[in-house]
Structure formats: structure tokens, C-alpha cells
Design a protein around this ligand. Structure first.
Ligand code: NAP
Length: 248
């Protein structure tokens, strides 16, 4: 018996890094997991790993930055599965630059991928969840959405907005038994952070009270808790999993 037995979960960004770890943890705990990434080829690895754990899984190729594509995918998914109980919005990108050098495109694509996607998935997927009076929504923000960071104004704007957005829907959905929470990871070892130079990584390490970088599984543990029945009294919360980075 797992915490998520009988639940259907959808995880965006499930092909790699944090989203893959969350998908695997939810599957390990009994959920059927719908895995969204940009291509079926990128998502199949996670689906195979889930099936080898004994979980039911399916890959979906959806560009989360395109609201119409998300709406069409949600219609297909609801037609096939009826309802999604656990929605984890984890897909995200960064396009870092100092503000005066930032292109309009770098601003737009980060806002569309990291923020607008949360709006679209929740709007088009959650009606049956609300009707069922049980649901879990988890939006992945970042410690950067709390602290800000030079060179990441687009990313910080999107991730900060995810927090205000989630608190608002937490209030809207609470009367229907649906919780909405944020996870704000700190520095986690994935493809997104692999590109940072040794010098920058060293500077970041100095800002982490626990003095080590996190792993995707550290985030998956928090997500699995927020998705569980045991978290029924937690909503509108921002769970930082960051080695203490965001402490005031
Ligand atoms: P990652 O390893 O770069 O993986 C990104 C994932 O998002 C991939 O599954 C990718 O799919 C998917 N994705 C990106 N753009 C997409 C789009 N337009 N449509 C569909 N899928 C898309 O990233 P990560 O480090 O695991 O980060 C996951 C989330 O955590 C992001 O929201 C990120 O901002 C947040 N976060 C990460 C860190 C960190 O230190 N790593 C810290 C704070 C917050 P494909 O494989 O198909 O490209």
C-alpha cells in the first residue's frame, strides 16, 4: 500500500531532473503517472522506469509554453482518464542575462514556460478534481523567486509570480478540498545547473547553510508529502527545499 494508491498524477517536466524524480516517487507510492515533456522520445525513459517499478505510466508530448497545446492535451487526458488527482507543474527553463542585455524573446519564453504553463494546466485540467472534492496541486517555483538574483530577472519574475498565483488558487479551491502549494528548490543537481561554471557553483555553495547541493530526490520527497492525504491541512504554503538558502 502506498500513499498515492488509486490516484492519477500528472507531472510536467517529467523527462529529466526534478520532474523525473517526482514522477518516480509518486509512482513508487502507487500513483498512475502521466509524464509531460517536450517530446515522446524525452518522456519515454521515465515511463519505462515507472513501469519497471510496477506503476502505470504514459508519456505526453506537450509544449507547456503554448496555452492552446495545453488545452488540447488536457481535453485528451480527461477524455481518456476522467480525472487527474495530483497535478505537479515542474517544467521550467531559464534564459539568464543582465536586464539591459535581455532580449524580449528571453523574457517572453521564460514567463510563458515557467508561469503561463501553470495557469493553463490548472485552468484546463482541474474541473473534475474540484468536482471530486479531492485534489493536490504543486507548482515548482525557486528560491530565486523569493530572493531575486542578478542576471535572472525574467526567471525570478516568473517564479515569484507562481507563488502569488498559487496562494490565490489555494484560497479559491480550498472550499472544494483541493490544496495548492509551492515548492521552492534551492540549488539542485540537474541539467539546468550543470552548465554553471565551477566558480559560480563555488559562490553559490557559500550561500547554502547546509554546505551541499541538493539532489532531485530531495524535492521529490517534499512533493510526495504535499500530494499525500497526510497533507490535507497544508495549503497556500511555500515549501523551501534549499539547504537553508532562503532563510532571512
Ligand atoms: P531540467 O533538468 O532542465 O528539466 C527541465 C524539464 O522541463 C524537462 O523535463 C523538459 O522537457 C521540461 N520542459 C522544459 N520546457 C518545456 C516545454 N516548453 N514544454 C514541455 N516541457 C518542457 O530542469 P530541472 O532542474 O529539473 O528543473 C525543474 C523545475 O525546477 C523547473 O521549473 C526549474 O525552474 C525548477 N528549479 C530548479 C532548480 C535547480 O537547481 N535545478 C532550482 C530551483 C527551481 P524535455 O526533456 O523534453 O526538454
Amino acid at each position: 500500500m502506498g500513499d498515492h494508491d488509486g490516484r492519477t498524477a500528472l507531472v510536467t517536466g517529467a523527462s529529466r531532473g526534478i520532474g523525473r524524480a517526482i514522477a518516480l516517487q509518486l509512482g513508487r507510492e502507487g500513483a498512475r503517472v502521466l509524464c509531460v515533456s517536450r517530446s515522446l522520445a524525452s518522456g519515454e525513459g521515465t515511463v519505462e522506469a515507472l513501469r519497471s517499478l510496477g506503476a502505470e505510466a504514459r508519456a505526453y508530448a506537450v509544449d507547456v509554453a503554448k496555452k492552446t497545446d495545453v488545452r488540447v492535451a488536457c481535453e485528451d487526458i480527461l477524455r481518456e482518464w476522467g480525472r487527474v488527482d495530483i497535478l505537479v507543474n515542474c517544467a521550467g527553463i531559464n534564459r539568464d542575462n543582465l536586464l539591459l542585455r535581455m532580449s524580449d524573446d528571453d523574457w517572453d519564453v521564460v514567463l510563458r514556460t515557467d508561469l503561463d504553463s501553470c495557469f493553463a494546466w490548472i485552468k484546463h485540467l482541474c474541473s473534475p478534481m474540484l468536482r471530486n472534492r479531492w485534489g493536490r496541486i504543486i507548482n515548482v517555483s525557486s528560491v530565486i523567486g523569493i530572493t531575486g538574483n542578478a542576471g535572472q530577472s525574467n526567471y525570478a519574475a516568473a517564479k515569484a509570480a507562481v507563488i502569488g498565483f498559487t496562494k490565490s488558487i489555494a484560497r479559491e479551491f480550498a472550499p472544494r478540498g483541493v490544496t495548492a502549494n509551492v515548492i521552492a528548490p534551492g540549488f539542485i543537481r540537474t541539467d539546468m545547473t550543470a552548465a554553471l561554471s565551477g566558480k559560480i557553483s563555488g559562490q553559490i555553495l557559500e550561500q547554502i547553510p547546509l554546505r551541499f547541493f541538493g539532489e532531485p530526490d530531495d524535492i521529490a520527497m517534499g512533493a510526495s508529502f504535499l500530494a499525500s492525504s497526510g497533507a490535507r491541512y497544508v495549503t497556500g504554503h511555500v515549501l523551501t527545499i534549499d539547504g537553508g538558502m532562503a532563510m532571512a
